[in-house]
Each structure stands twice: as C-alpha cells, then as structure tokens.
Design a protein around this ligand. Structure first.
Ligand code: 7TS
Length: 408
C-alpha cells in the first residue's frame, strides 16, 4: 500500500504552515524534500564517524570510507549496474554530463561527426555538447518533438546517419514531462555504432531504472531530486568505455602513482573522483536509495501516474490554463508545465506563494524548447511521493482566484 500520509510524516519540512496555510510543495522537479532517514544518515555521519575517505589508517576514516563505498554500492544496485566500479560520484547530473563531454567527447569526436540531442533537453544536456562541438569541429543536430510533446521517432530515425557518434537525450523532460522511448532509441543508435548518454535527472527519481536492460552507455543523475542531499550525483558508465577515457579532473585520490614528470591513474571508479568527495552527501544518497527501494519504484511510478492523471484533468478544467506536453499520463512524468492566459508565470508564482503554494516559473533551463513553443516562460507544478490530490485542488482553486484578480 502506498500510504502518502505515512510518507508525509517522514518529511519534517512539509509540516509547516505560513499564515495559517499548510505548505503545498510542488517543485520537486527542481529539487525534492528530504525524509528523516536521509537527514539522520547525514547527521550520524557528522556526529559519529566523519573523517576524510580513502586515506586514514585510523578507525574513523575506515568507517567513513566503508560507509561512503557502501553508499556507492547501494546507488549502483538501484540502477542495476553490473558493477559498483561503473558508478562515479559527481556533484550532480550537470557534472556527470560534463565529465562525459570533456573526457569522452573531446577524445572521440572529430570534424564531420554528429552529436544528436533533442529539442527538449535541459541546458545541462545541451550546452556541454555545444562546447564540445565547437572544440572538436563536430556538428550538433536537434531531434524535434511532435506537436503533442512526444519525441518524433520518424525524424530521429531519419537523422541517425553514419556520421552520428553520440546520442544524448533525456529519459524524462523536466518541462513537457515526456518519457522518451529510450530502449528503442538506444537500440537504433547502437545499430549505427553511436554511443548513448541518457540524462536520467528526472527519470531516476520517478521510474524504475535498469541500465542493463536499457543498454545505454552513460546515465547521468542527481541525488537532490531523489530525496538525497544536494552536492551529490552520479554518472554510471559502461566499464569498457570508462576504462579507456582520460580523467576529467586531476589531482588527489584519482591517482595511483605520481612522480614530478608523470602520473598513473587510479582504478575505476576513483580515476574520475579527484579531490575529497561529498562524503556525508553520498552517505545520504545511500539512505535516499534505501527509502525509495523500500517504497518500491513501481509503486512510486504508479502514484505519480495517478496524481498526474488527476492533475491533468483538474488543471485543464481551469479556464485559461494551457498545459504543455502530452495529456496521456502513461507517457509522461509528474512535471506539469502550463501557461495561464497572458499572466506572466512569475506573477502567478508570486501570487501562489502568498497561498503558501510553491511552484516554479521561468524557462526551467530549457529555453530553446520555450522558444520553439513561442513562449518566454511557463509555470510548472511538479509532484513526488509526498504529494496528494488535495494539493492539486489547492493549486486549481488558487488559479481560479488568480484569474479573478487578473480579470482573465
Ligand atoms: N537534466 C534534467 C532533465 C533536469 O531536469 C535537470 C535539473 C538537470 C539535467 C540538471 O540537474 P542538476 O542537478 O545538475 O542541476 N532540472 C531542474 C529543473 O527542472 N528545475 O531546477 C532544476
């Protein structure tokens, strides 16, 4: 049983009222809230055994290193990685994608090569590829979405020419909510010998993830969107690729041997983890993964489908609301972006804030997609495990009230 009231009790931040109104947190696509179990894991680390990892001979450092590496194994198992050595801790999805861009991309892309991304990418999965294209002479090509916000598979198939060396796409859009047909896209890309990076920043927190059945080559995701602290994320990569990639950052911890004139790299995954890592944050991510696993990712997804179904129906019946993306909840996640007549999303978000309803307004770091849709910004409500239909009602009622104030 997916008991949202019981889940809510685990999240201290949700139990607050401002001006007598309970908080309605609808911005989990930007960052999720944290359950007590994660807060406790971080707290215990600092109170009981914190020390730097991978260097101390003393007990505290050994305990700290063990817990850090145990967290890595948990995160690796959560996405069904074959080996924990394929799981690199980074700061966030952005850093994970940059790691691939600068390490794999600069080494393997050449003039005449093509990088494919989609038109609904977050800037994190677009700008690094623009940079790499500029530096290598490769061409960046953009796969379009259809009018109803789904990936245009016909266009994608046409664009998969032999020059394509890398396909980088999101598994779940943070604006349209779209879930891309990743397995099919990856299989098609592999047929022409391209390497595939999946941006899992939105999907890993919300969908069951299995990198072995997906068969992608890289998967980037962030801890903070899946109940973990900020400052920790991960890159999963296929071992055969990671083993041949040069380090992204260099310095301490990522080396095996250093002489004044040369250095030899450490084994995976530490080759890609230069400097002191985010220790307590990684341990917190291990606790976050335990929490999600305990709920069951199938149940997490089911809850999201039910809530999104309700939200799409309820919000689309508010006069003036225009929802972006598909209305089929099976094909999308729980990020619901919309416009509201000609009310600027920032004004709307401020008005909702007065009701203690937290939504995001802007281009959500997907400005090219907004350009394509002919809008400068949108409002976005996004849901997670602790949200309830009553909160969608609060939002819808507040929108109705806003319409009257703005005389829409
Ligand atoms: N990719 C997608 C699909 C995202 O939604 C985000 C963050 C990122 C990458 C980057 O993640 P980061 O943790 O490295 O910042 N998306 C959002 C958002 O929608 N609102 O704030 C951040």
């Amino acid at each position: 049983m997916f008991d949202v009231d019981a889940i809510r009790r685990d999240f201290p931040v949700l139990h607050q009222q401002i001006n007598g109104k309970p908080l309605v947190y609808l911005d989990s696509a930007a960052s999720s809230q944290k359950p007590q179990a994660v807060i406790d894991a971080v707290d215990t680390c600092y109170r009981e055994y914190y020390a730097n990892v991978h260097r101390g001979i003393y007990d505290l450092s050994e305990k700290s290193s063990d817990e850090f590496e145990r967290a890595r194994k948990k995160v690796a198992r959560f996405i069904n990685a074959k080996s924990w050595r394929e799981l690199i801790f980074t700061r966030n999805a952005t850093e994970s994608i940059n790691l691939v861009a600068y390490s794999w991309g600069l080494e393997n892309l050449h003039p005449g090569d093509t990088i494919l991304v989609t038109d609904m990418e977050h800037h994190a999965n677009l700008v690094p590829w623009q940079q790499v294209a500029r530096r290598t002479g490769a061409t960046l090509a953009i796969v379009p979405t259809t009018a109803d916000g789904l990936l245009d598979m016909a266009a994608y198939k046409k664009m998969l020419s032999p020059s394509v060396k890398l396909v980088a796409f999101t598994l779940m859009s943070n604006v349209l909510g779209t879930i891309t047909p990743a397995q099919e896209m990856i299989a098609l890309a592999h047929e022409i010998g391209a390497v595939v990076l999946v941006d899992g920043a939105q999907s890993v927190p919300h969908l069951p993830t299995d990198v072995q059945s997906l068969d992608c080559d890289f998967l980037a995701f962030s801890g903070h969107k899946m109940l973990a602290p900020s400052g920790i994320g991960a890159l999963w990569g296929r071992k055969s690729l990671l083993a041949n990639m040069p380090p992204f950052l260099t310095g301490g911890d990522m080396i095996n041997e250093v002489h004044f004139d040369r250095a030899e790299w450490n084994q995976l995954p530490w080759k890609f983890e230069a400097g002191t890592p985010a220790i307590a944050q990684a341990i917190g991510m291990g606790a976050a993964v335990d929490y999600l696993k305990n709920l069951g990712m199938d149940a997490v997804r089911q809850h999201e489908i039910e809530l999104t179904t309700y939200a799409l129906d309820r919000l689309s019946r508010v006069e003036g609301v225009q929802i972006l993306g598909t209305m089929n909840p099976e094909l999308r996640g729980g990020a619901v972006a919309f416009t509201f007549g000609d009310i600027h999303p920032h004004d709307l978000a401020s008005m909702l804030n007065a009701e203690n309803i937290a939504i995001r307004a802007g281009h959500h770091c997907a400005q090219p997609l907004h350009d394509k849709l002919g809008i400068s910004a949108s409002a976005r409500a996004s849901f997670y495990i602790y949200n309830k239909p009553e909160e969608v009602d609060r939002l819808a009622d507040a929108l109705d009230a806003a319409r009257q104030i703005f005389s829409l």
